[in-house]
Design a binder for this molecule. Structure first.
Ligand code: COA
Length: 184
């Protein structure tokens, strides 16, 4: 059963090793396995940092972020006049929403959080893109958030996608509705 929820009552924060992970279930067994068994190990090893959405004190979504680079030639033509072969990025390494809480805006809120954090990071170190290796079923989800598929794909089960922070900033400036710091 999918629960309708008011996202204003949700809390988004960094995952803590004392958080109870046991009740979370998404539709991907790989991601459930990672979340139950590996998420804290990745955190301790500085392989990824994870953030969760809490609703009624229960975890209903999470994402793990890592540093990444993206090759300019993998992107579609005219995306960027590359001054280097590789550009720095933040990668959404894992993202999942509890199966009973999908389609409530949690997944997109976590992606906005990643975009806001990439923007904050870009003020202190170079960071131009947000990347993701999308599962085939989730490509449409990332496309609703303006991610684009890379031209070159080298992974069998995933589709590499990217979002240019400069484009997002230009669009927000044009619309003058909010700034990226609203998302971090
Ligand atoms: C993909 C996933 C993270 C989406 O999370 P969610 O909280 O349900 O998504 P949202 O409610 O924020 O949806 C945002 C928009 O994307 C659309 N959308 C959601 N899932 C979609 C999908 N699989 N394909 C196409 N569009 C999708 C929604 O309809 C919504 O569109 P709208 O703004 O026009 O209403 C979630 O379904 C999930 O955890 N899936 C299993 C694990 C997975 O595939 N993770 C991604 C790994 S790369």
């Amino acid at each position: 059963m999918v629960h309708r929820m008011n996202l204003e009552n949700a809390i988004f924060r960094e995952l803590d090793e004392n958080d109870d992970l046991s009740a979370f279930r998404c539709s991907s067994e790989d991601l459930n396995d990672y979340f139950q068994n590996d998420v804290n190990k990745y955190n301790k090893e500085d392989m990824a940092k994870s953030y969760a959405c809490f609703y009624n004190n229960k975890i209903v979504g999470f994402m793990s972020l890592s540093a990444d680079t993206i090759r300019v030639k993998w992107m579609q033509a005219n995306v960027i006049d590359g001054i280097r072969h590789n550009y720095p990025a933040i990668k959404i390494a894992r993202l999942a929403v509890d199966i009973n809480h999908e389609k409530n805006g949690i997944g997109s809120s976590l992606v906005y959080m990643a975009i806001g954090m990439a923007n904050e990071l870009s003020k202190i170190i170079g960071c131009r893109f947000v990347t993701v290796d999308s599962k085939k079923d989730s490509i449409g989800f990332y496309e609703t958030l303006a991610f684009r598929k890379c031209l070159k794909q080298d992974k069998r089960h995933y589709t590499m996608m990217f979002l240019d922070l400069h484009i997002i900033k230009e669009n927000l400036l044009r619309e003058k509705t909010c700034s990226l710091s609203n998302f971090s």
